[in-house]
Design a protein. Structure first.
Length: 306
């Protein structure tokens, strides 16, 4: 019996594509509508495992969905969305490399694209924002504000530019996982690379952290926050709207919780780390399986009703 279970598990994990729906729970006040959920498991491509996804971005002109792994991998999909995920075909995977063809350390955490369709990634370990080709080659370095350049201002080497997004008015935006030194832990910040800054109230959970940003249809920001405090405590994922047009003179902006997903409500410990806009008021978010082959990557498709 044990051998049969092992065999079945192996077959399940290493089929070319295994996608199964999950049960939707955890929404709050109907501010979002969950349209579909999928559990993703794929076999290796080009000897690259599908694992550790930290962010994603969607180009609606080309129907390409790109995912980046914090272990140094770039994944591409053909994807189409309506009231459900109509298409999701895994196309390719690449080692992310420097212009000199060196494989990078696993430190990419954020992914977005600009109006030209160019992919842009943000980094931890060293605070950086770089353009990346669709084949995984790093190219242009973007200048970041002087305030954000020193490693010493961040809580740790793994809590730097956790997220990046392209805003049509303000350009590239970044956020660190936790507030930088000398800032209150009660508030998080979003920074533009041209020097602007917005603050918003963090969730009142220990270790509340920003893991992703995305631009909403009205120009405000959708923020993904995570709070993990060990296996014996509830695990919280929060979706929050930050209003860039409702800020005081100290750059403190109005924010609104759209949904909370808690392990105590049956959501388990799905470590959602990435957000991508895929249509008007429609988004996907993705979880990081932390490199465990027996844990699937969860893709959640939802609509914001505000």
């Amino acid at each position: 019996m044990k051998k049969i279970i092992i065999l079945l598990t192996t077959l399940f994990l290493f089929t070319s594509c295994s996608i199964t729906p999950l049960i939707a729970k955890g929404t709050k006040n109907r501010k979002i509508t969950i349209l579909e959920q999928k559990s993703l498991m794929f076999s290796d491509k080009r000897d690259i495992p599908f694992e550790g996804v930290s962010d994603l971005t969607y180009n609606s002109k080309t129907n390409r969905l790109y995912m980046v792994g914090d272990r140094g991998y770039l994944y591409s999909f053909y994807a189409k969305f309506s009231n459900k995920i109509d298409k999701l075909k895994y196309l390719n995977a690449f080692h992310i490399k420097t212009p000199k063809n060196r494989v990078i350390h696993p430190d990419i955490e954020g992914l977005t694209h600009n109006p030209k369709g160019q992919l842009i990634a943000s980094f931890e370990r060293r605070p950086r924002v770089k353009q990346i080709t669709k084949y995984g080659k790093l190219k242009i370095n973007y200048n970041i504000p002087k305030k954000l350049r020193k490693i010493s201002i961040y809580k740790s080497r793994n809590s730097m530019f956790e997220s990046v997004a392209y805003h049509p008015k303000y350009g590239l935006l970044v956020a660190s996982e936790y507030p930088i030194n000398r800032q209150k832990n009660t508030h998080q910040s979003i920074y533009s690379l041209n020097g602007k800054e917005w603050k918003f109230k963090a969730q009142n959970y220990p270790n509340s952290a920003v893991t992703a940003l995305e631009i909403m249809s009205d120009g405000n920001i959708l923020v993904l926050e995570r709070a993990y405090n060990g296996l014996y405590n509830p695990f919280y994922i929060t979706l929050k709207k930050v209003y860039l047009n409702r800020c005081d003179n100290n750059h403190n902006c109005k924010s609104e919780v759209l949904a909370t997903f808690s392990s105590s409500d049956g959501w388990g410990y799905n470590n959602f780390e990435g957000l991508a806009k895929v249509g008007k008021d429609r988004f996907v978010m993705v979880s990081d399986n932390n490199g465990h082959s027996f844990i699937s990557t969860v893709l959640l498709y939802f609509k914001v009703n505000l």
